[in-house]
Design a protein around this ligand. Structure first.
Ligand code: NAD
Ligand code: MG
Length: 364
């Protein structure tokens, strides 16, 4: 195996602790990840885009085991309860016992659905995350949130179920489309913006290298974000407090995604614009300075992420969508804002008029 640079991060959760391995060629490092398999049965869940690229390499490591694969059609629309049912049927057909393992090979859609399937089969079996998008490497594969969408809304059904290991083979990013790559960078920048000012400054200094996908820089960026998220998850696994900070930019971002019918903006792009709107609102509320907003805007721009609300979006509609996003009290919103780079904060009772003013300004 030719690992140029690699990192291991431990997610510390007592007996549910697990390693996150980051490096090139890990998919072929069968000896390493087979160590995380306890039983004889394996169901690989992937999709029709990723499986043709990487399933064969993975499957060479499954020699001697009883395994099969379940492939989703590509896209968020297939993160459904119906597909969980079919994946569970595949486990039944396999004759999977309590020591079976589900392997998720793909982006966040595959990972969320596979993890939830594993949480359901016999009330919870092992699963291993093999994320293949930057977003899933730095965000969804770590922390144990699993689930699917309902027609009524995204991620409405799910369970906390931690993986046994996360194997992030950054070689898989070679085939990742540019736009998806950038969307993943938004979630890296988010971590720094929330709680790690030195990392933010490091990202500013390495923005060019990241845009060029320089491998050493990329591994360092992924590892730093994962380490940050692992710390938050270790302190607040089930989101009783601090973990909510990871939603910086997300209430604005979800509204933008929804208003664009999930076709105008990718999630990470919505988060990029959303973080900037949260920064502007923080500034308006006297919590932060214009200089912090500018630094965020410039960092996003320097990795080619969008910083403007797409034209034609209506501020009143966006506000209405933001009201739906969380359980707010009448006339006020509960949002993640910041006191500047590295200092996000949960703020309740945000006046809707202030939110609307920021949205109006951004859609002028
Ligand atoms: P995704 O899984 O849809 O992947 C994006 C696209 O890239 C898809 O078309 C996919 O087929 C393709 N792809 C994946 N790997 C590839 C590769 N190596 N080469 C070429 N193409 C590849 O999207 P995503 O951004 O990875 O994840 C988004 C999902 O993650 C959403 O459902 C979101 O709700 C979820 N999410 C969950 C958490 C969590 O904590 N569980 C956190 C953030 C996001
Ligand atoms: Mg997100």
């Amino acid at each position: 195996m030719s690992t140029v640079t690699s990192e291991t991060i431990d997610v510390t959760l007592g007996e549910r602790s697990y390693p996150v391995w980051i490096g090139r060629g890990l998919l072929d490092d069968h000896i390493r990840w087979r160590g995380a398999l306890r039983g004889r049965h394996v169901l690989v869940i992937s999709n029709h885009t990723v499986a043709p690229l990487y399933l064969e390499r993975l499957s060479r490591g499954l020699d001697g085991l009883k395994w099969s694969s379940f492939l989703l059609d590509d896209g968020e629309a297939h993160k459904t309860f119906a597909n969980v049912g079919l994946a569970l049927d595949a486990l039944a057909t396999l004759g999977a016992t309590r020591d079976a393992c589900v392997i998720a090979l793909g982006g966040g859609v595959v990972g969320d659905l596979a993890g939830f399937t594993a949480a359901c089969w016999m009330r919870g079996i092992d699963f291993i995350q093999m994320p293949t998008t930057l977003l899933s490497m730095v965000d969804s594969s770590v922390g144990g949130k699993t689930g699917v969408n309902l027609p009524a809304g995204k991620n409405l059904v799910g369970a906390f179920h931690q993986p046994r290991a996360v194997i992030a083979d950054i070689g898989t990013l070679d085939s990742l489309p540019e736009r998806e790559y950038r969307a993943g960078l938004a979630e890296v920048i988010k971590g720094a913006a929330i709680g790690d000012a030195p990392f933010f400054a490091w990202l500013e200094a390495h923005a060019d290298a990241l845009r060029r996908r320089d491998e050493t820089t990329l591994v360092q960026a992924i590892a730093t974000k994962v380490r940050y998220k692992a710390g938050v998850v270790a302190r607040d696994e089930t989101e009783q407090g601090e973990r909510a900070l990871l939603n910086l930019g997300h209430t604005f971002g979800h509204a933008l995604e929804t208003a664009g019918h999930y076709t105008t903006l990718l999630h990470g792009e919505g988060v990029a614009v959303g973080m900037l709107l949260a920064a502007r609102l923080s500034e308006r509320l006297g919590m932060s300075t214009p200089a912090d907003t500018t630094r965020l805007e410039q960092l996003l721009q320097s990795v080619n992420l969008p910083t403007r609300v797409p034209s034609g979006f209506d501020p009143d509609q966006l506000l209405a969508l933001m009201r739906l996003d969380k359980k707010n009290t009448a006339g006020t919103l509960r949002l993640i804002l910041w006191r500047g780079i590295g200092h996000a904060e949960i703020v309740s009772g945000v006046n809707e008029n202030d939110v609307l003013a920021v949205l109006r300004d951004a859609t002028k």
